[in-house]
Design a protein around this ligand. Sequence first.
Ligand code: SF4
Ligand code: SF4
Length: 390
Amino acid sequence: MGRRRAFDETYPTREGYTRFDQRNTSFGLRQRRRGAAIGYATEEERLKQMRRNLPGYSIVDYAFKDAAGMYEGVPGEEGTLDFGFYKWTSLGATAKPRDLPRWEGSPDEAARIVGKAARYFGAVGAGFCAIDERWIYSHDSSGRPIVFEDVEEGYTTGEKAVIPTSHRWVVALTVPMEFRENSNAPTALDVTSNMGYSRMHILAGFVAEFIRGLGYHAVPMGNDTSLSVPIAVQAGLGHVGRNGRLITWERGPLVRICKIFTDLPLPTSPQAPTGIIEFCEACEKCSKMCPSGSIPRGPRTWEPRCEANNPGALKWYCDEEACLEYWHEVKTGCSICFRVCSFTKEPGLRHDAVKWFIRNVPQLNGLWVWSDELLGYGRIGDLKGYWDEE
Ligand code: SF4
Ligand code: SF4
């Protein structure tokens, strides 16, 4: 339980907020400025890492990480918008008989069946809300404008990506990142980001195809097409933490987010209970531990810190460009801020009890911050022993 505030109170935006251009994300900017492809290490650098014989960077560890990311996008393709399982039209797996009317039910019934199917397909969280055009990129990573048209199905051409105006609802889903594997961050043995991206891709595609089988239309996506974090918050899955990630009550930041736009009418899920932002105000652990100094201290602000920030919202602005620079330095994705987050805990009654206090007695937040540090949570896992564990 706990109090719940309206979305606009936890994620306030300025009047005149404009849609963000995906080419201005840290990845997009780096690519444009340096012509550098996404990937944090060249083959030569990976070879050097493997030859150093350091735990977490062996050929086995890299093979594990690379295999986990096999279905992040589509091998050989740039970007994920309207590709692979993220296809905006039917993949042909489900086919409603032409002579049967489409499935009809109330928005709540629709949420129940879509949520149930999504959890079976691998989601650990499912939330629903009305589409909010503010979060849809103005342009995709290749510079195509993303527009709305009065058409039945979404489609893309070389000139534009078209979302039907009838797609007025969003399914927001989370997939898990595992505590043990994430504890290996920032080495190649932290496979949870790669695995998360592969899971997102498959999950969003499966759920979209399920919706199509009911006789409706669906536009599934990963990090392409729209921002993920505000949509996930709007759909009641959690709140934005100091580290700029979605923090959920169930799994802390250990989730990845995928989304599906649809013309299947859905309800709006209740907002997640408050308490996460208040806890982040007391805790600056990720900021202290971030090796690139990307995560700010102090309260949330309206001031962006770098060109890759999406301005116009009250939040903690992380220096995404410095963060990505560090990924290239360390030659893997980093994810230390996931590992050290005070909300990153293995499931258990003790942690559930603390979360109850965080939701209901925020005056004690300082005590939990102090005890988290005292008990040494967030340390790097046993890299040498990983492959011998049961
Ligand atoms: S991923 Fe690493 S460098 Fe980036 S914000 Fe998190 S801790 Fe800092
Ligand atoms: S480490 Fe602390 S301040 Fe950072 S996101 Fe987690 S709870 Fe918030």
